[in-house]
Design a protein around this ligand. Sequence first.
Ligand code: PMP
Length: 405
Amino acid sequence: MSGFDVQQFRSQFTFFQLQPDWVYLDNAATMHKPKAVTDAVQRFYQQQNSNVHRGAHQLSQRATTEFEQARDIVASFINAKHRHEIIFTSGATAALNQIAFGLMHTVLQPGDRILLTQLEHHANIVPWQLHCQRHGIHIDVVPLNSSLQLDLAAYQQLLLQKPKVVSFSHVSNVLGHIQPVQQMVAMAKAAGAITVIDGAQGVVYQQPDMQQLDCDFYVFSGHKIYGPTGTGVLYGKTALLEQLTPLLAGGEMIEQVSFVNTTFNKLPFRLEAGTPNIAGVIGLGAALQWIQQYNNNDLIQHKSLLLKAFFSGLAQIKGVDILSMPVHNAGIVALNVDSEHPSDVAAMLDQQQVAVRSGQHCAMPLFSYLARPGAVRCAFAAYNTLDDVNRCLLALEQAVEILTA
Ligand code: PMP
């Protein structure tokens, strides 16, 4: 039996104590932070506040130690083989931009192909497109099947075209569907492709194991896993990280600079130009340490209970069109109400203090495919309760009544 106590878990988030009336279901956009994280960030600014890797004084040395400890925490959290394979970025977007830019100048050549999927976030489309168009590289797209899961037979066919890079999300930020990443990586590797996983929504669902998954790159944002905004992780295998052309250049990432030439620092610093988000990274370390007190299977089970209750409640509300599938779902439900605009539905929920997101969720190609103007997205986190589910259902029922009257 699960020993998970949602009230104990929730009590660690100051937000819910200060704002008890809110039902927060916008977790796929960003999550609330436990006190362990806000305390770590505050303590850094109040008691240390020094730059890293360069100070002659003890405060800077202590900041460096804590910052580098966060790297160890991340490396161990995702079971990376080496700590230098963890590059801190400002988020998943920055990490994907670094990978696309970095490969484009070294590995990818005109005429090459890269493979994306129909349900990618713009952050895993546009950075590729920006360079592909300029360098004559072709983008192919894995289609969806009728259950809005990736069509693996079509994926296998597209792999026959020998793409140099295959990049896909671990969990869809719109539908919540969990992709069979282990299988997809194995298939891509058998076809000789470099594999990139956008783990922005996946990392909080299932602690990924880099050595087991064996992907070449995995990226995520700190703020979607209880950490501060402006933090992110680019994991990459050493040999590939060494081939990436740095997207950002400046201090920290160099070894020798003259007006004629520059030689670069070793990993991870080579890809971390400028002063990093020191307090944020320390906060991210605190977030990952904090969440590891809990058994992830308990969190998964709790979220699946919420999801089950939500889906069965939705089935009772006339006019609700659910896009997401209840199976292989990480806790995100995209829905529409008849032909009402999703932002009208979200505005009515907001009046009931139910926070959801509406629109196309940075996934326009998915909505073109679905032929819908957008959707309302309810994204559950482990701190949500059955009461949150019921309040959202009630607010939706009222919204349907008013909008369709
Ligand atoms: N990929 C996915 C799947 C996402 O959900 C998001 C955030 N919505 C991103 C990438 C980009 O993350 P960020 O804005 O934190 O860089």
